[in-house]
Design a protein around this ligand. Structure first.
Ligand code: SAH
Ligand code: ZN
Ligand code: ZN
Ligand code: ZN
Ligand code: ZN
Length: 495
């Protein structure tokens, strides 16, 4: 069987939490994850290990059946392969390269676009047939502009914040009194923090970037960047990085830490939540005061239709109405000027009433819900919430006894609200979109098909115990299938 078969629409893939004492084999991206195919009827398939970070075999073709015996020869070959994928320069080497580069005269500062690296004078020759550009001091401070965004559609597309969104995030966090920002997959936020510090107009902030994109090691010192995989909480430089993280999470002189994560949009919510919980655990152990029950303050940036899955893993989180938008993502732009609205939101354990959303961008405070919402998101007296998830005004259906999208009509035959052209009478047990979970289309027609990788179904359907060995994850009691269906319905995109 090919792993790609796992992408078949009729199947779901589940991630199985690792068991203690049964280490997963490693690919170049660290420990692999254990997956299980689940058929339509909920029957389980064979389990296999595959890469935690890459869903496309082209990027990482690691595959191993759970019970498979791997020969010594293959293990050695695998080890050699993993070694060969290591970055050319160590982080220490990169730091001294950066120092040398910074002290070069302007006309000797060159960046190779083909190799995506800063070149020292002795290296210009070897890259003479490549496309190179000069690097100004300002450009050196904006690596997220200098580096070509990774555009691997399936696993590692980089969508960079607009100025609007990154300034909003930073102003909000600074306003809440945070002085240290742990940037998980948010290189542009880290960059903005450093730029602002230079301006000396704001109170200085510290930041540490954890990211799998090791091109960033060229620009940051060891205490500013760790090469990290957020799907398996793997530090590529091992204990050295672990120590850097610990030092950063230690709140001395009352410098409060907050974590901001913007993972690639995929369905691997469980492994992400698990990694974030481990970071929280590390943070908690370092607190001097009694924080035995608190988690590290966090903002997790993700599309709204993942709300049910995120809340399933992190029940203390709230989804905010704020729409995060991106420079290099045509779909995910801010709605104000008539462009499409971004489906990307902030999920946070910070009290929602403290996160003030800008009035001039169309947000208001709902005093009943005690949170800021889009103005169009009218409070429903019957549901007693501001119900809209997608930025449009929802309407109450008295038959469904809840608010639904404006484009939906109540269907007598299905006994629920749906799009007027929904596949009528097929409601129960219908399989939705494998990519985003929507019941209204299949993966082939998914509007997010090219921007999201394959999602991994939640375990709502299958039986069997799934005890996480990670105590910090708080999986809620297994949801009923009705809730699972509702979750999928919620996942529907704006139409
Ligand atoms: N909006 C952010 C970028 C988000 S794109 C900003 O403007 O700063 C997703 C980021 O996560 C990228 O920086 C990417 O390199 C990183 N990333 C992707 N897969 C990852 C993984 N498995 N572990 C850690 N970081 C990852
Ligand atoms: Zn080159
Ligand atoms: Zn309200
Ligand atoms: Zn209805
Ligand atoms: Zn879809």
């Amino acid at each position: 069987m090919e792993v790609s078969e796992a992408n078949d629409e009729s199947f779901g893939i589940e991630v199985i939490p690792a068991e203690d004492g049964k280490p997963a084999p490693c690919c170049p991206h660290g420990p692999t994850l254990l997956f299980e195919k689940v058929g339509k009827g909920g029957e389980k398939g064979r389990r296999f290990y595959a890469c935690s970070a890459c869903r496309d075999r082209k990027d990482c073709n690691f595959f191993q059946w759970e019970e498979e015996k791997v020969s010594e020869v293959r293990l050695l070959a695998r080890e050699a392969e993993n070694q060969s994928k290591r970055p050319v320069f160590t982080q220490q080497e990169n730091c001294s390269r950066f120092r040398k580069f910074s002290s070069l005269p302007l006309d000797e500062k060159k960046f190779c676009q083909d190799c995506q690296m800063l070149l020292l004078p002795g290296e210009h020759e070897a890259h003479s047939s490549h496309r190179t550009t000069a690097v100004s001091t300002d450009q050196l401070r904006r690596p997220s502009v200098l580096l070509r965004p990774l555009d691997n559609k399936k696993s590692n597309a980089q969508y960079l914040f607009t100025d609007r969104s990154s300034h909003f995030l930073l102003d909000t966090l600074a306003g809440l009194g945070y002085r240290k920002v742990l940037c998980v997959g948010t290189p542009r936020l880290q960059e903005l923090i450093k730029l602002r510090n230079l301006e000396q107009k704001h109170e200085p902030m510290k930041s540490l970037l954890l990211d799998i994109d090791f091109r960033y090691t060229q620009f940051y010192s060891q205490d500013e960047f760790c090469h990290y995989n957020m799907f398996n909480h793997h530090f590529f430089d091992g204990e050295a990085s672990g120590a850097v993280l610990q030092a950063f999470l230690t709140e001395c002189d009352g410098q409060k830490v907050v974590m901001v994560a913007d993972p690639p949009f995929g369905g691997l919510v469980k492994p992400l939540a698990s990694s974030f919980s481990l970071i929280s655990h590390t943070w908690r152990k370092l607190q001097s005061s009694d924080c035995s029950n608190t988690d590290i303050p966090m903002m997790w940036i993700f599309p709204y239709f993942f709300e049910p899955r995120i809340l399933e893993c992190l029940p203390s989180f709230t989804m905010l109405d704020y729409q995060v938008d991106y420079d290099n993502h045509p779909l995910y732009k801010h709605g104000k000027t008539g462009r499409k609205q971004s489906p990307v939101r902030l999920f946070t354990n910070i009290s929602p009433r403290d996160v003030v959303l800008p009035k001039d961008e169309g947000y208001r405070f709902c005093s009943v819900c005690q949170r800021f919402v889009l103005s169009l998101n009218k409070h429903c007296a019957k549901c007693n919430v501001c119900p809209s998830k997608d930025g449009r005004e929802w309407k109450h259906c008295s038959m469904c006894e809840k608010c639904v999208k404006p484009s939906w009509r109540h269907c007598q035959r299905c006994g629920r609200c749906a799009l007027p052209d929904h596949p009528c009478g097929q409601g129960e047990g219908q399989e939705g979109c494998f990519n985003c979970g929507s019941l209204e289309h299949k993966r082939k027609a998914c509007p997010l098909k090219d921007t999201h990788r394959i999602s991994h179904r939640s375990n709502a359907k299958s039986g069997g115990k799934r005890v996480s060995h990670r105590p910090l994850l708080k999986p809620k009691a297994k949801r009923k299938s009705g809730a699972a269906r509702r979750a999928k319905k919620l996942a529907a995109l704006p139409k």
